[in-house]
Structures are given as structure tokens and as C-alpha cells.
Design a protein around this ligand. Structure first.
Ligand code: ZN
Length: 430
């Protein structure tokens, strides 16, 4: 599992690449692509997926057209990074640097002094058509060197990073403006004048690694949230038919608040669920009843307790890597978990023979948020927020436990193979 995960991470330097890789895995497992713009015809036993913007994806199976609800496993595929701006070259003083801005809230320090590369997508003109193509330079191309200690004796005493001044990476010696467009043309085989758009992100080239005295830990880029995405995907593929429709949802833009056409706060999930119901001939009343017999697992990585900063964790609920799936709670509902959704998820973990643990923020710390509560605005159903314990969240090189991805895959296999019957205030998991 860990070698597979590391190879998935290495091949997924951006959300566009992650979705392309998930598509390929789904296709290899008998899933058929549905075009959002076309009419959908769904068969019993059919396996399908659709994408939006090439950066969000929803896959599902139709066990029977008389299904009782939806069992949804959601995660996100974007990560904090630096995005290349338009007219990107900063040419001066003997160097060419790239003009970048932050996407999401990253730790800045770990981006220094390591080989970086560039990946994303371009839009290429082909006659009257504009085609999206993935691009990945996939070589050591850029660097953001630190300022020497001799020039800043306070460097180890805390530092506020200025992205515009300090984090624009060096591409090479001084050269002409437009050099990146030339490089893109060479890399993709598309003439410069036909490259009409680009979404390009920096990524760290450090290879993923399994480490620790007994290989307990694993470090790589984008563990948040591709580790959960991969665990959900493995569970989804291993699941067996139940009375409900298993739905795998992978969303872009969680790191910038999910409020985009393809984010968890968009109508993407709602649109897909509605279209499944319409294509299966379900009545308006049945469609309104589905949320009561449906459930969502919102999976996004959680903070493990850091041995050097134990005071940052709640005094009692202190997750550790390799100790199982983390159920996340927040009284103000930044995390959706409540007594009912926690109980249902604990029961799933018990059935899967997977350990679970609890995360809450310290009561004097705000903490993070995720996609569950935002998705609930459009698709309102019982939801639990969970994650896998990790360190260094939002660094370009994060650390997690080597047992936990398998735990998630095992629990999600049971989840996607289950259905929930709701009667008043009681819920039965089958
Ligand atoms: Zn996340």
C-alpha cells in the first residue's frame, strides 16, 4: 500500500494530475466516463464517473435503480503551493526568476533550498477548438535559495515571509521575457502563439520516503489530502453492492475555501446526485427523501500530536500516527461530526476491525476547517469529519503513518458496501 501511495503522490504534482491518475485507475476497473454536458443513461450494475474542470471528480455505481440512498466518501485533491502569475519572468541582476503568488495557506520555510519543478495545465488552440493539456516539466528546474546567515544574523529568531520579495524561484541566468512560454511550447509541442492559457504550480522534487526505526513513517508532498483520497479510492474499488449507491467525491479548491464551480461548496455533488436519481426514474418525493437515508464521510487529514510541541494539542484528545482513523469534532461545526454521525462511523470502523481516535482543537485555538460543512449546505445529510494523523501539514513535504492508509481503505470498503435505514431517531447500518 505505501509504495502504491508514494507512486500515486509522485505522479500527482497538481490536482489536475491527481484527477487524471484517478480517472486512469477507474477506467482500469471498468468505470465509464459520463460527460457533464450530455444526457446520462445509467444501467443497473453500471460503474460511472464524471469530472468538472479536470480538477474534481465524482464516481459511483448503480447497484439497483431502487436504491435507498447514497454513501458518499469525499476528500480533496488540491494542496497549498505557489502559482505562476501571468507574464511570469522577473529578469534582473543576472537572474531570471518566476513571479509567483500563494495558493492556500502554506508553510513557507520548507520551500527554500530544494529542487523544485513546475506542473499544471495549458489550454492549446487547435483551429476553433481550445484543448486542455497537462504539463509537468518533471526535472530539477527551479530553486529558492535562502539568504546566508551572515547577511541576516536574526534569521533563526523568527521570520515573516514576503512571497513577492522572497519566494520567487530562480529559473536561470538572465534571459529574455517570454522564456517560460518558449519552454512550455517545447515541452508540449504546441506553438507559442497557440498556448492561450496556463495554470502552473511549483512543486518540490524531494522523493517520497518511508523512514523510522521500523519504517513507521512516510513523508512526501500532498499527503493532505491525497492520502485520504487514495484510501477512499481503494475502499471504493474494493466495495461490494449494497442497497445504496456508493459515491466517491474528490474536490478541488478546499485549500482556498471550496467556493468555486468545482469545489465542495459548488453544486457539483448535488447536480450529480440529482442526475443519478432522474436517470434512474426516481420520483420527486423519493429524491427529497434520500438525504435521510444517506451519509457522507468527509476525509481530510488531521493533526497528529507533535512531540516538540505537545502543548499545542488538546489535553486529552491527542491523535498519533499509526493509531487509526481520526474522528474530528468541533462544537461550532467547522467539523460536521455529531453524536449520530460519530456513532455510525465508529460502528463502521468496528465492522472493519480498524482502530479510531479523536481530534478536537484546544479550546483556545481556532484550528482549521474542511469541506464537510460546506458540502452540507447544498447536499444536507448526516456527515462525519475524519482524517489520518499527520505532521507538518501544508509543508511541501509532510509526514504520516505507514499503517493508516490501509486502515482508511479497510473502513471505507465497509462504508461503501453499507446502506443506512433511518426511522425517526434511529439508524440501522446494513
Ligand atoms: Zn486538507
Amino acid at each position: 500500500m505505501n509504495e502504491e501511495l508514494l507512486s500515486f503522490l509522485e505522479n500527482s504534482p497538481t490536482c489536475f494530475h491527481a484527477i487524471a491518475n484517478i480517472r486512469a485507475i477507474l477506467e482500469g476497473n471498468g468505470y465509464h466516463e459520463l460527460n457533464e454536458a450530455a444526457r446520462w443513461t445509467l444501467e443497473e450494475g453500471g460503474k460511472y464517473y464524471t469530472t468538472r474542470n479536470g480538477s474534481s471528480l465524482i464516481a459511483f455505481q448503480i447497484p439497483t435503480k431502487q436504491y435507498e440512498g447514497f454513501m458518499i466518501g469525499a476528500s480533496h485533491c488540491d494542496s497549498p503551493a505557489f502559482k505562476v502569475k501571468e507574464n511570469p519572468e522577473l529578469v534582473s541582476g543576472g537572474y531570471t526568476r518566476l513571479n509567483v503568488e500563494g495558493y492556500g495557506g502554506m508553510l513557507c520555510a520548507p520551500w527554500f533550498d530544494r529542487p523544485l519543478s513546475l506542473a499544471g495545465r495549458i489550454v492549446a488552440r487547435n483551429g476553433d477548438t481550445m484543448e486542455t493539456r497537462l504539463v509537468n516539466f518533471d526535472r530539477d528546474l527551479l530553486m529558492i535559495p535562502s539568504l546566508a546567515i551572515h547577511m541576516d544574523r536574526t534569521a533563526n529568531k523568527g521570520h515573516e515571509y514576503n512571497v513577492q520579495k522572497e519566494l520567487c524561484p530562480i529559473l536561470g541566468e538572465e534571459s529574455e521575457k517570454g522564456i517560460l512560454l518558449k519552454m512550455l511550447a517545447e515541452e508540449t509541442g504546441v506553438p507559442e502563439e497557440d498556448i492561450l492559457g496556463q495554470d502552473l504550480f511549483l512543486y518540490a522534487r524531494v522523493k517520497g520516503s518511508v523512514w523510522g526505526r521500523n519504517g513507521e513513517f512516510l513523508s512526501a508532498g500532498h499527503l493532505d489530502d491525497l492520502q485520504c483520497t487514495y484510501g477512499n479510492l481503494k475502499g471504493f474499488l474494493a466495495s461490494s453492492a449494497s442497497k445504496s449507491v456508493p459515491v466517491l467525491a474528490v474536490f478541488d479548491n478546499e485549500e482556498v475555501g471550496s467556493m468555486t464551480k468545482q469545489g465542495a461548496f459548488s453544486t457539483f455533488l448535488q447536480d450529480v446526485l440529482e442526475r443519478i436519481s432522474i436517470a434512474c426514474g426516481r420520483s420527486e418525493e423519493e429524491r427529497r427523501a434520500f438525504p435521510a437515508s444517506s451519509f457522507m464521510v468527509s476525509a481530510d487529514n488531521a493533526h497528529a500530536i507533535h512531540p516538540n510541541y505537545t502543548e499545542k494539542a488538546d489535553p486529552v484528545n491527542r491523535p498519533l500516527m499509526n493509531k487509526g482513523i481520526v474522528i474530528k469534532y468541533s462544537a461550532n461545526q467547522k467539523y460536521t461530526t455529531d453524536a449520530v454521525s460519530a456513532a455510525i462511523f465508529k460502528q463502521i470502523c468496528t465492522k472493519a476491525n480498524v482502530p479510531y481516535q479523536i481530534f478536537t482543537n484546544r479550546s483556545d485555538m481556532v484550528g482549521g476547517s474542511t469541506l464537510g460543512n460546506l458540502s452540507n449546505v447544498h447536499v444536507s445529510l448526516n456527515t462525519v469529519d475524519i482524517g489520518l494523523a499527520q505532521l507538518a501539514m501544508h509543508s511541501p513535504y509532510e509526514t504520516a503513518g505507514t499503517k493508516d492508509t490501509q486502515y482508511l481503505a479497510d473502513a471505507m470498503k465497509v462504508f461503501f458496501s453499507s446502506s443506512i435505514q433511518a426511522k425517526g431517531s434511529s439508524y440501522t447500518l446494513q
